[in-house]
Ligand binder design. Structure first.
Ligand code: SAM
Length: 287
C-alpha cells in the first residue's frame, strides 16, 4: 500500500474524486485532503456541492461543469492543467462520469498527456450490487433506460438473453412504468432487486420476482420515492450441449431444404452443439 501523504496533490493533475451517495460520512480521508489542496474543484452543481464542502471545511474555489457547458469548458480546463494547475472533478453524488458529467474532460485531459488520478469511493451501482444477493461475478451496468416507453421496451428486448446481472439506474417518476416494462420483457418470474435510498434514512433493499416486485412498488407510493437502482438477474443459460432456441430456429429453416442428417450436421457446425442432440430434435420437429 502507498503511504498517504499530507501534501497529496501534484501540479498539472486532474483528480476524479468520488463523493457520498447520501451519507456524508462516506468519503475517504484522501478525498477530503485532495479536495482541500487542489487549485479548483469542478462540480456538477456548485450549490449542491457547497454543502459537502462546508461540512468538511473545504474552502477550495468551485466552478460548475455540467452537461450543458462541458464541451465548451473542457478544453479551457485542460489548458489550465497543462499550465500546471491541479483540478478535482466531483459530481452531485458518487463517482463522477458514472451517469454523470466528466467524460469529455477526462478524455481530453488524457489525450493531452495530463495525469488523471482516481480517488475512489461510493457508486450507487456497486453499492446496490454488493447487497443485492444476485450474482456479482459478471454484471452489466445499463445506466438509465430510455424515458419513452417504446424505446425502453426495445432496449429491454435486446437485453432479454443477457446472462450477466443487469443494473439500471431509474428515477422515481418512471419506476412504476419501468418495472412493468421489465416484467413484460424479461418475464414476470425473473428475479430482481430494488435498492432505494442507499446509505440514507429510508434505505430499502427488496428482492422478488419482477411481476410481484412491480406490483408491490405500484401499490406503495413510498416505494416510488427517492433514488433507486434496479438489478435484474441474468437470463438462465441452457445446459451445456442443450439445443438452444437459436439452434432450433436454424434447424427449422434448414429442414425446409435439406434432409434431417444434413440439417443437423450443418447446425452442429454453426453452433457447436452436439450433432446427435440436433438430429434427435430435428426428428421431433419433423413429426
Ligand atoms: N455518479 C453516481 C454514482 O456513482 O452512482 C450516479 C449519478 S446518476 C445521475 C443518479 C442515479 O444514481 C439515481 O437516479 C439513482 O438511480 C442512482 N443513485 C444515486 N444515489 C443513490 C442512492 N443513494 N440510492 C439508490 N440509488 C442511487
Amino acid at each position: 500500500m502507498t503511504e498517504f501523504s499530507r501534501n497529496a496533490t501534484a501540479s498539472g493533475t486532474l483528480y476524479v474524486v468520488a463523493t457520498p451517495i447520501g451519507n456524508l460520512s462516506d468519503i475517504s480521508t484522501r478525498a477530503i485532503t485532495i479536495l482541500g489542496q487542489v487549485d479548483r474543484i469542478v462540480a456538477e452543481d456548485t450549490r449542491h456541492s457547497r454543502k459537502l464542502m462546508q461540512h468538511y471545511a473545504i474552502a477550495t474555489p468551485l466552478s460548475a461543469l455540467h452537461e450543458h457547458n462541458e464541451r465548451e469548458l473542457a478544453p479551457q480546463l485542460v489548458e489550465q492543467l497543462g499550465g500546471g494547475r491541479s483540478l478535482a472533478i466531483i459530481s452531485d453524488a458518487g463517482t463522477p462520469l458514472i451517469s454523470d458529467p466528466g467524460f469529455n474532460l477526462v478524455r481530453l485531459a488524457r489525450e493531452a498527456g495530463v495525469r488523471v488520478v482516481p480517488v475512489p469511493g461510493p457508486s450507487a451501482l456497486i453499492c446496490a450490487l454488493s447487497v443485492s444477493g444476485l450474482p456479482t461475478d459478471r454484471f452489466a451496468f445499463e445506466g438509465f433506460l430510455p424515458a419513452k416507453s417504446a424505446a425502453r421496451r426495445a432496449r429491454i428486448d435486446r437485453l432479454r438473453s443477457e446472462p450477466r446481472t443487469l443494473i439500471f439506474y431509474e428515477s422515481s417518476h418512471r419506476i412504476v412504468d419501468s418495472l412493468s416494462d421489465m416484467a413484460a420483457g424479461f418475464g414476470a418470474m425473473r428475479q430482481a432487486v430494488l435498492a432505494r435510498e442507499l446509505t440514507k434514512q429510508f434505505e430499502t433493499v427488496h428482492g422478488d420476482a419482477l411481476g410481484p416486485l412491480a406490483e408491490w412498488v405500484e401499490n406503495d407510493p413510498n416505494q416510488q420515492k427517492g433514488e433507486m437502482v434496479v438489478l435484474v438477474a441474468g437470463a438462465a443459460q441452457p445446459e451445456e450441449g442443450a439445443v438452444t432456441d437459436k439452434a432450433e430456429q436454424m434447424l427449422v429453416v434448414l429442414l425446409e431444404e435439406l434432409p434431417i442428417k444434413q440439417a443437423a450436421k450443418l447446425t452442429a457446425r454453426m453452433t457447436g452443439i452436439n450433432k446427435r442432440a440436433l438430429y434427435d430434435r430435428a426428428l421431433q420437429l419433423k413429426q
